[in-house]
Design a protein. Structure first.
Length: 71
């Protein structure tokens, strides 16, 4: 849990911020190719869920995508 607080959460926050930036830069290209939803999930949603919604010290298979409810 200590490593989660000291290392994983701050790195997750940095990853989320970088993902948002990358998503904004890639947005015109994603719009042209029709992949906005996929790129937003990979670049913003997955890092944000890793950082803010999982339990402290809970590291699910980090390569497994989180289950996202489609609306």
């Amino acid at each position: 849990m200590l490593l989660d607080i000291a290392l994983a959460r701050p790195l997750g926050l940095v990853g989320t911020c970088l993902g948002v930036g990358a998503f904004l830069i890639s947005l015109p290209f994603s719009a042209l190719s029709g992949t906005i939803k996929q790129s937003s999930k990979r670049l913003v949603v997955y890092p944000a869920k890793f950082t803010f919604t999982r339990g402290l010290g809970d590291f699910p298979g980090y390569m497994e995508p989180y289950e996202i409810v489609e609306e």
